[in-house]
Design a protein around this ligand. Structure first.
Ligand code: ADP
Length: 210
């Protein structure tokens, strides 16, 4: 019997995946929304203020008529990443999925705000690589462990210290401080409104010149 032209084994199928080129490009989508899409990526310890500032930033952008989407670390773990735990491997996969999702949304023309501890330099670098020049803004919330632990908004530090949570960033899992973030915010020194203004003028200078 003649061999079929291609023998496709299940574990080799990825090599047959091609890119389909669409007529409507990311540039066209951005133009039709009248904005320059980008990804604002918050990183910092639990309790450093990522969710609080991401939320305040999204409100400010929406008030200015900018189309946004917010991806929050706690929220994606209820769906997109509900099968993942907190080991280093699972954290990497969590950030890989979120990076790809953010990239798709940027291709749709949105300003995407991502709020994830994202403790490892390499995973943040891999997320950055998914975006075009000037589209990725790493925002490091420089809030000390002592301040985060004193805030402890979800009681997680207390649980980690008493051994009820394992692999908790800052306690028994490392946080690698960003080398050269686009924006560094000191949440112990300034209030939320001031920090949002600092962020807008750094990440959206065309709309909020300083
Ligand atoms: P994360 O998302 O990084 O875990 P959260 O935003 O959930 O952090 O919690 C940060 C806590 O710190 C909130 O209770 C917030 O009200 C408080 N907080 C106090 N000052 C600030 C500030 N300047 N910026 C952000 N959060 C602040």
């Amino acid at each position: 019997m003649a061999n079929p032209p291609f023998e496709i084994k299940p574990n080799q199928s990825a090599s047959f995946v091609v890119w389909n080129h669409t007529s409507v490009t990311p540039e066209v989508r951005a133009q039709s929304l009248g904005q320059q899409p980008r990804c604002i990526w918050f990183t910092g310890l639990s309790g450093s203020g990522k969710s609080t500032l991401a939320n305040a930033l999204e409100v400010a952008l929406q008030r200015a008529g900018i189309h946004t989407m917010l991806l929050d670390g706690d929220n994606v773990r209820h769906g997109l990443c509900k099968d993942l735990g907190m080991t280093a491997e699972d954290r990497n996969e969590n950030i890989r999925r979120v990076g790809e999702t953010a990239r798709l949304m940027v291709d749709a023309g949105l300003v995407v705000i991502a709020a994830f501890i994202s403790p490892f330099r390499e995973e943040r670098a891999r997320a950055r690589e998914l975006f075009g020049p000037g589209q990725f803004f790493e925002v490091y919330l420089q809030t000390s462990l002592a301040v985060c632990e004193a805030r402890d908004p979800k009681g997680l530090y207390r649980m980690a210290r008493s051994g009820k949570i394992a692999d908790f960033t800052g306690i028994d899992s490392p946080y690698e401080v960003p080398d050269s973030p686009e924006v560094l915010l000191d949440t112990a020194a300034h209030d939320v409104d001031t920090l949002v203004m600092q962020l807008l003028s750094r990440a959206f200078p065309e709309r909020w010149p300083s």
